[in-house]
Every structure is written in structure tokens, then in C-alpha cells.
Design a protein around this ligand. Structure first.
Ligand SMILES: C[S@@+](CC[C@H](N)C(=O)[O-])C[C@H]1O[C@@H](n2cnc3c(N)ncnc32)[C@H](O)[C@@H]1O
Length: 381
């Protein structure tokens, strides 16, 4: 399948070769082995060279993948209607969007709230990619006096809502395996001049983490099983909990609950790469030119959120959230007819075989009460 992927141009390949040299130097400094989490960090975020740090178009038809806000404004319109209910009791509410991509979700939310007569005064964006930040600034120019970009999380005492759509899947993950009964760490080495998987016995912290996971699941992973753990996620959620004094956080992403995520049949884990709208499983292809992500373990997120002082106020599928949140009613034009193009896009967002069940919505709250539209699936977490 990989042979059918389109070739990058010479300029892109030259950037990728520079990144390969950076990664190769780290592998050599590590006696021929580099932790996969570090590889993913470099491939996505290495300054000027990583996928999110470089200047290529990432989202949309000319990029590598599309996200829900890019597919239809219906996604942002439903979020906006939820926001207006949640923000109303807060004096000077703030929305903080993490990883805002092309800025499309922010644009839809601000436009919809304005149309509903609710003028949101303060929309902030925290974006690690300088390139995406520039694209966001250009798209959001009409809202310039209300939108600002942060270099880091705001100080304590923030009241409002935090939004993160498809951000958790972009946090670098650790890969592990069970090999001949041992728990191993799956890293990156060089085989015949190219990057390849290389195993070594897991360091004590990882071995303990996997052993605790197996105890929780009630079984030991079969020999050869490979999967991922997002070890940065708890600190990420905790840092947001430190900031949010009153309000809510929406985490939306493709993901599963723990017993599905680590089901023995998912024997090669959930790592997924996107290059020019082709999904595949080779993270070593053209480093820096393709997206690398992993599905989200929502049970782990809920545990981390609970431990960080959040209430887990809702968990449902994207399909349920959008339908019960009123997306179908939004298809109607003023004359009563149905907008067929929007109806088609809604199918992509909500049908089980499309994004409807793969994507989940986790709502965390602190100092306020709110629930999610859609079937409450918290008992599955
Ligand atoms: C898959 S894109 C999703 C973009 C957008 N939310 C959307 O739905 O179209 C991931 C985004 O997260 C950003 N990102 C990754 N890690 C981040 C972090 N720790 N904090 C803030 N943004 C981050 C990336 O630069 C990118 O904008």
C-alpha cells in the first residue's frame, strides 16, 4: 500500500532529510536506540522541521487529513449552542482553544454566537505550531479584537471553557510490547540504513505501568502484542486543571475505553499515520512530512481528570453528541427546505461507520454543572 503513496517534492524531501539527520544523531547518541515517544516528538514538533512545525498545508483537501470542523460548520454550531448555555452565568467568560488547526472551529463558534446575539468577548488560542498560528491569524482577522494567541497556558483563576478537538491524539506516545513473556519498550533503531522498530526490556517505570494496566484488565497481553500508552497525558490534564477555576473542558478525539483499546485482538495498537489523505501504519515514512497519531484511551483520561480535581460530567460518541445537540434541526433553511450538502456532511460526522462512533466527547467540569447531549456512556469508562 505504501508504494501507492504520492511522492513528496524535492523541497519537502530536503527538509525531511534534515530531520532524519537530527533523529539519526539522537539514535547514535543513545547507543542505537531512541524511545518512540521522543521519535514522535521530533517527527511532529522538531523546530522548523517537524510535521506541525513546518510550513506544509496539513488540514483540508490539499493537506493530509480533514477534521470535523473542516468537514462542516455543523460541528462548531452545535458546540457554540452548548457554549452559550454554559458561558451565560459567567461574568466575563473566556474560551480557550488548544491546537486550533486552521482556525475553522474558532471562526464557526464566533460566527454562530454572534448570529445568536451572544458576543463572546475573549477567545484565546494556544497553538504549538507557528505555521498553523499564522494560518489561524489570517482566517480570524475579522475577529481580531476578540481573539488572542497565548505562548503558554494562562495563570490560575481562568473562568470559561477549554476546547481541544483532535489534540490528545497528537501527544507523543510510548510504545510497548510483550515479547517472550517480558514487557519491552518499542523504540527506533537503524536497520540497513533506515529507521525501524527496535525492542529492549522496558525500564522499571514502563514495566510497572504495563503490569498495572494488565492487573486492571485482568489478563496478560499475549506474546507479540504491541500497543501505546500516553504518558504525557496526565500531566497535560493536570496543568489544565490548575488553570481552570470554574468552567468546563471538552476533549474530542478518536478513541476507545480501556478494555477496547487494549483488547487482545488490537494486537498492533492504534498508531496511525496520515499522508495526503491516505491512512497507514508506518511512522518512519518521510519523517516530518506526515502526521503521526495514536487513538486516545478515554478511561485513562477520565482517571487522570478525576485525579486532577475535575468532575467527569459526560462521555458520549460524537454522533450522539451532534444529533442530540440539535444538528438535524440546523439542516433546515429558513423556507423549511433541507440543505442537502449539509445533510451529506452530517452523515460523515455522525454515522457509525464514519466518524460517529470512532470519535468520542469527554466533558470535564469544575465549579459548575453541565451535561452532554447524547447517551451517557460514562459507565463504560
Ligand atoms: C490534528 S490537529 C487538530 C486541529 C484542530 N483542532 C481541528 O480540529 O481541526 C492537532 C493540533 O494540535 C496542535 N497541538 C499539538 N500539541 C499541542 C499542545 N500540546 N498544545 C496545543 N496545541 C497542540 C497542533 O499544532 C494542531 O493544531
Amino acid at each position: 500500500m505504501l508504494s501507492s503513496l504520492p511522492d513528496p517534492d524535492e523541497h519537502a524531501l530536503a527538509i525531511s532529510r534534515q530531520l532524519v539527520d537530527v533523529i539519526r544523531a539522537e539514535i547514535e547518541a543513545g547507543d542505537g536506540w531512541l524511545d518512540f515517544e521522543r521519535f514522535m516528538e521530533l517527527a511532529l514538533y522538531s523546530p522548523g522541521l517537524g510535521y506541525y512545525s513546518g510550513g506544509s498545508v496539513k488540514l483540508g483537501p490539499e493537506g493530509d487529513f480533514v477534521t470535523a470542523p473542516e468537514i462542516s460548520t455543523l460541528f462548531g454550531e452545535v458546540i457554540a449552542s452548548q457554549l452559550s448555555q454554559l458561558l451565560a452565568p459567567i461574568g466575563r467568560p473566556v474560551v480557550l482553544e488548544l491546537g486550533a488547526g486552521s482556525g475553522r472551529l474558532a471562526e464557526t463558534i464566533l460566527t454562530s454566537l454572534d448570529a445568536a446575539g451572544y458576543r463572546l468577548p475573549d477567545y484565546r488560542i494556544l497553538e504549538t505550531s507557528a505555521d498553523l498560528r499564522e494560518r489561524q491569524q489570517s482566517r480570524l482577522a475579522p475577529f481580531a479584537e476578540r481573539v488572542s494567541w497565548l505562548e503558554r497556558l494562562p495563570g490560575e483563576g481562568f473562568e470559561g471553557v477549554v476546547l481541544a478537538n483532535e489534540v490528545l491524539d497528537a501527544i507523543p506516545v510510548t510504545r510497548f510490547s510483550r515479547d517472550n513473556g517480558r514487557i519491552c519498550s518499542l523504540g527506533v533503531g537503524i536497520v540497513d540504513g533506515s529507521f525501524d522498530w527496535k525492542e529492549k526490556p522496558a525500564e522499571p517505570g514502563l514495566a510497572a505501568h504495563v503490569a498495572a494496566l494488565e492487573a486492571d484488565l485482568g489478563f496478560q497481553f499475549p506474546d507479540g502484542h504491541r500497543s501505546e500508552i500516553c504518558r504525557q497525558m496526565p500531566a497535560w490534564i493536570s496543568s489544565l486543571s490548575d488553570v481552570l477555576e470554574r468552567g468546563a473542558m471538552w476533549l474530542i478525539d478518536y478513541g476507545l475505553v480501556e478494555r477496547e483499546y487494549y483488547h487482545p485482538s488490537r494486537s498492533d495498537g492504534t498508531l496511525i499515520c496520515h499522508y495526503r489523505h491516505r491512512a497507514h501504519s508506518d511512522p518512519f515514512l518521510h519523517p516530518g512530512l506526515q502526521d503521526i497519531s495514536a487513538w486516545v484511551d478515554f478511561s485513562a483520561c477520565a482517571r487522570a481528570a478525576h485525579g486532577a480535581g475535575f468532575s467527569v460530567a459526560g462521555f458520549t460518541t460524537q454522533g450522539q453528541f451532534l444529533i442530540e445537540g440539535g444538528a438535524t434541526e440546523l439542516l433546515q433553511r429558513e423556507d423549511g427546505s433541507v440543505d442537502l450538502a449539509r445533510a451529506q456532511a452530517l452523515k460523515t460526522l455522525v454515522l457509525p461507520g464514519e466518524m460517529g462512533e470512532r470519535f468520542k466527547v469527554l466533558l470535564l467540569t469544575r465549579g459548575t454543572e453541565h451535561s452532554l447531549p447524547g447517551r451517557d456512556l460514562r459507565d463504560r469508562l
